[in-house]
Write a protein that binds this ligand. Structure first.
Ligand SMILES: Nc1ncnc2c1ncn2[C@@H]1O[C@H](COP(=O)(O)OP(=O)(O)OP(=O)(O)O)[C@@H](O)[C@H]1O
Ligand SMILES: [Mg+2]
Length: 412
C-alpha cells in the first residue's frame, strides 16, 4: 500500500494544498502555505531594528521627555529631538540587510551653540539617558594632536567605551558630547609660526572620527605607551554633538548681515544682541570664527540655545525633576526640617543668579551662599520645624546670629 504524501510541517495532504515540495532525499515535504509562513518568519528576522531591540521614540515623545528636565529652549529641544531621531532611524535603516535599491544614509552630527549654563550639555546627556545609550562628555580643550602632551582624540572613544561597561556594540551606538568646541578654533593666521596643536590640529584629528571610521582605542586609561592593549572601534554609528558658547560669533553674523544689507546700519551694538543672531548662523560664519571647512562640513545640523531670563531661572529652580529647590528640601528633611521657598524668594535668587552671567549655574552658587549660615546652624535646630524663605530673610547678612534670628522658624 502506498503511503499518502503529507506536508511535514502542517500535516496537510497533497489534495488539501496547491503544491507539495519534496526535500532532496525525498523523505520530507513542505506545502505552499508553509513556504509562505516560513518566508514571513525569515523576513521578520531580517529586520532587527538596532541590536538589543532598540525602541525608538518619536521626536514628539523625545521632546515631551526633554520637557521634564529642561526649561525653555523649545526650538533647541525640537531640533535636537529630530536630529537624534533621524540619527537612530538611520541606524535602523543601515542595519537592515541591503538589497540593490537600498540607499545608504550618511551621518549628521550636531553643532550646538549657546551661552554658558543654558542647557547644552544637559540636553545631550538627557537624550542619551532617554534612549538608554552610553554617553561621554569631553572637553575639547583637553585634547591635543597625537604625539603632543595631552589627550589624543581617541580618549573620547575610550570614555564612551568605559561608560558602556566595555560593551563595544553598545559603545558604537552611543552619543559623544564634545564641549568647548569653540576653544579649538584656529588661531588667527600669521600670529603664530609654531603648529597649532590644540586648535586646528585637534580639528584635523577629529575629522575622521566624526565622519565615521575605525579607530584604535587604548583599553586602559592613563599615559600612552607602545605596548598598550587596544581595541578597534567603529565610529560610524556614534552621534557626535559638539557644543560651545561661540561668544564672538554674533558680531561675525551681524557683520555679514550688515554687509549684505547694503550699508544698512544696525543701531544696537553687538553686545546688546547676545545670541539674537545665533539662529541665522551659516557655515561661512563658523569658518570665519576659526573652524576649518572640513570640520564645519561634518556638523550639518546646527542648533542654537537662548540665554535664560529671570522667569526661566525661577522655573529651573522649582520645576524640573531634581530641581535645586527639591534638592535643598531633601537635605533639610534629613534633619527633620521642612524648607519652604516663597515665590519672592525664588525671584530674588533668580535675579542674583542672572547678575552672575553664568546661566542656570549661577542658581546653585547663589543658593549655596544664601543658605550657608542656615545650614551651618542646621544640626542644632531641633527637628519638626518649618523654615520659610522669602526675599527679605534671604538677604545676605554679615552676622550669622542676626541672620538666623531673622528666619521665620516656626515650630510645626
Ligand atoms: N534650560 C535648563 N533647564 C533646566 N536646567 C538647566 C537649564 N540650563 C541649565 N540648567 C542647569 O544648569 C546646569 C548647567 O547646564 P549645562 O551643563 O547644560 O550648561 P552648558 O550650556 O553646557 O554650559 P557650558 O557652555 O558652560 O558648558 C545643568 O546641570 C542644569 O542643572
Ligand atoms: Mg556644557
Amino acid at each position: 500500500m502506498k503511503l499518502e504524501t503529507v506536508c511535514s510541517f502542517c500535516g496537510k495532504s497533497q489534495n488539501e494544498v496547491k503544491r507539495l515540495v519534496a526535500s532532496p532525499d525525498g523523505v520530507s515535504f513542505i506545502c505552499d502555505n508553509c513556504i509562505d509562513i516560513c518566508k514571513e518568519i525569515v523576513k521578520e528576522q531580517e529586520q532587527p531594528i538596532i541590536p538589543n531591540k532598540f525602541v525608538l521614540p518619536t521626536p514628539k515623545q523625545l521632546k515631551t521627555e526633554l520637557d521634564k528636565f529642561i526649561i525653555g529652549q523649545d526650538n533647541a529641544k525640537r531640533a535636537m529631538a529630530v536630529a537624534v531621531y533621524n540619527h537612530y532611524k538611520r541606524l535602523n535603516h543601515n542595519f537592515t540587510p541591503s538589497d540593490e535599491n537600498k540607499v545608504e544614509l550618511d551621518k549628521s552630527n550636531v553643532l550646538i551653540l549657546g551661552p554658558t549654563g543654558v542647557g547644552k550639555t544637559l540636553i545631550a546627556r538627557t537624550l542619551a539617558r532617554i534612549l538608554k545609550v552610553p554617553f561621554a562628555n569631553i572637553d575639547a580643550t583637553t585634547l591635543t594632536e597625537a604625539g603632543y602632551v595631552g589627550d589624543d582624540v581617541e580618549t573620547v572613544l575610550q570614555k564612551l567605551l568605559v561608560n558602556a561597561n566595555y560593551d563595544i556594540k553598545k559603545a558604537e551606538m552611543g552619543i559623544v558630547y564634545i564641549d568647548e568646541i569653540d576653544k579649538i578654533a584656529k588661531k588667527a593666521e600669521g600670529r603664530n609660526l609654531s603648529r597649532d596643536v590644540s586648535g586646528e590640529g585637534v580639528q584635523q584629528a577629529l575629522l575622521k572620527m566624526l565622519e565615521g571610521s575605525v579607530a584604535t582605542v587604548p583599553i586602559s586609561q592613563g599615559r600612552k605607551h607602545p605596548h598598550q592593549e587596544v581595541i578597534e572601534m567603529n565610529t560610524n554609528n556614534i552621534l557626535f554633538i559638539c557644543g560651545g558658547a561661540f561668544v564672538k560669533l554674533n558680531s561675525i553674523i551681524q557683520e555679514r548681515q550688515t554687509y549684505h544689507s547694503l550699508g544698512f546700519e544696525h543701531e544696537e551694538k553687538p553686545e546688546n544682541q547676545t545670541y539674537k543672531f545665533a539662529k541665522q548662523v551659516c557655515p561661512a560664519d563658523l569658518i570665519e570664527f576659526g573652524l576649518i571647512p572640513e570640520f564645519v562640513g561634518r556638523l550639518p545640523v546646527v542648533v542654537s540655545l537662548d540665554a535664560l531670563d529671570e522667569d526661566a531661572l525661577v522655573q529651573i529652580l522649582k520645576t524640573p525633576k531634581n530641581s535645586l529647590v527639591s534638592q535643598f528640601q531633601t537635605i533639610f528633611k534629613m534633619d527633620g526640617i521642612d524648607l519652604k521657598f516663597e515665590d519672592d524668594a525664588l525671584k530674588e535668587i533668580a535675579k542674583r543668579a542672572l547678575a552672575l552671567n553664568v546661566g542656570a549655574r549661577g542658581l546653585r552658587t547663589v543658593l549655596e551662599e544664601a543658605m550657608l549660615d542656615i545650614m551651618y546652624e542646621l544640626p542644632n535646630n531641633t527637628s519638626g520645624k518649618t523654615i520659610v524663605l522669602n526675599s527679605k530673610n534671604l538677604k545676605p547678612s554679615y552676622s550669622v546670629q542676626d541672620k538666623i534670628s531673622k528666619f521665620n522658624t516656626v515650630a510645626s
